[in-house]
Write a protein that binds this ligand. Sequence first.
Ligand SMILES: Nc1ncnc2c1ncn2[C@@H]1O[C@H](COP(=O)(O)OP(=O)(O)OP(=O)(O)O)[C@@H](O)[C@H]1O
Ligand SMILES: [Mg+2]
Length: 438
Amino acid sequence: MSQSELTDPFLLVGQVLKNEHRVDAVVGEGGFGVVYRGWHLGLDQPIAIKVLKGLELEDPRMRDALFAKFHDEAKLLYTLSQQSLCIVRSIDFGALTTPSGAWAPYMILEWLEGRSLAEDLSARRAQGLRGRSVEEVLAMLEPAAQGLTVAHQRKVAHRDIKPANFFLLSNPGDGPRMKVLDFGIAKMMKEGEQAGTKGTYASFTWLYAAPEQLDPRLGLTGLATDVYAFALLMTEMLTDRPPSDGRDPVAILKAATDRVMRPTPRSRGASNVPDGVEAACRRALSVDPSQRFQTVTEFWAALTGGSPAAKRNSTVAVPSMAQSQLPYSAQQSSNPYAATQAAPPQRPSQAHVPTAPPPMYPQQMSPPQMSAPQMIAGPMQPYGHTGPPMPPPMQTYRRPLPPRPADTSSIVPIAVVLFVLALLLATSCAVLHAACSS
Ligand SMILES: Nc1ncnc2c1ncn2[C@@H]1O[C@H](COP(=O)(O)OP(=O)(O)OP(=O)(O)O)[C@@H](O)[C@H]1O
Ligand SMILES: [Mg+2]
C-alpha cells in the first residue's frame, strides 16, 4: 500500500494535539492502532503518534479507569525507554476524541527512520532468499535482546513480540541498529477487552502467539511468553519462512501445541544451525512455559554464552553447555547492530546495570482471561505486514539528557591523605623549630 493510499480512520491529519504535536500523515495501521508521522512544534523534531483503536467505551467512568491503566503503561514505557536505547523512546501520551466522536488513547514516540523487521523479511521473501546465517541473526537481534533484558529484569513482559515490533534503523549513528516497539500495547488491549470495549481485536498476534496465549490451560502468560515469540522470530530470520505454514487459527493452534514437532530452525528447514543453537531454540519453544528459559536474557546466554546485558536476573539455571557447544560468544564491540560500547554517559550502558531493580508492575504477569474458542473467533493479524515506503530521511529525534551528577566517591580518601601529609609537615616543622631554638 502506498503512502497516499493509507486512510486516516481517526481523521487526525492536519490537527494539533495538546497544542504541541502536529499530525502530518498516516504511516501505517496495525492490529492495535494507527501510526502517524508528526511534528513536535515545541522541540521542532519529527515524532511518531500511535493512536489505539477499538477502545471506545460508552461509560465515562470505565473510560477513565482504562485511561488510568493506559497512563501506567505510558509511564512504564517511558521508564524502560530511559533505561535502554534499544526501546523506542516515549515522549508523551494522551487521549483524544476524534471528529467522529470516537475516544482513543495515543502515545507520542521518537520518530524512527528505517523499516520494521517485518518489512525487511517480506522484502527478502520477495527476493527468494532462504534465511540468514546464525552470526547475522544474533548480531541483528542483540539490541532487541538488550531491550528485552531491561524489561525482564523488571518482570515486565512485552507480550507481542513479532517482526513488526522490531524496527531496523537506517541512520543509527552511535546507537543501536534495532529498537523494540509497542511495549505495553498488548496489555493495554487486553485491559480494554476486559473492560468491555467494542473492539474485536485479539490482544496478541496469532502467528507469533505462544501456546499459553492460545490455550490458557497450558499456563500463565509472562516473561516466558516473550521467550517463545523471540525464538519463533529467530527461526523465521534463519529460514526466511513464516513460523507456521498454516494461517488459520486452528492450524496455528495445532502447530503451536504439537509437543513433538516444534518450530525450531532445523525443523523449519535451516541447515546451517549448530547443535547448541538448535537445542536452545527447542527449549525456548517448549509448549509448557515452565520448561522454557524464563527470560530472554537466559535464552540469549544459552545461544551466545554471554549476556546482552552484563547482569542476568536469573531464577532458572541456564543448562550447562560445553564451551565448544556455545556457538557464538557475544562480541558486542564487533557487532554492528548493537549499541556501541561508548553509549552516552547519561544513559549508563546495560553492561553496567549492577542489580535488577525490583518489579515495577507485577500485574504484568496477570493470568490470561480469554478462552481458546473465544480467541479463535477473533480476527487474525495479517502476516508479515508490509508498510508503506518510509518518508525521506529526517534527523532522528534525540531528547537532551540531564547532566550526570559529579562523582564524589574519590574525594574523601584524597582529602584524608592530604590532611595526614599536612599534619606530618607541621610536626616536622615544630620538631625542627624546637631543635634550632635549643
Ligand atoms: N516510532 C516510529 N517511527 C517510525 N515508524 C514507526 C514507529 N512506530 C511504528 N512505526 C511504523 O508504523 C507502521 C505501523 O506500526 P504498527 O505498530 O501500528 O503496526 P503493527 O506492529 O503491524 O501492528 P500492531 O503493533 O498494532 O499489532 C509500521 O510500518 C511501523 O514500522
Ligand atoms: Mg507494532
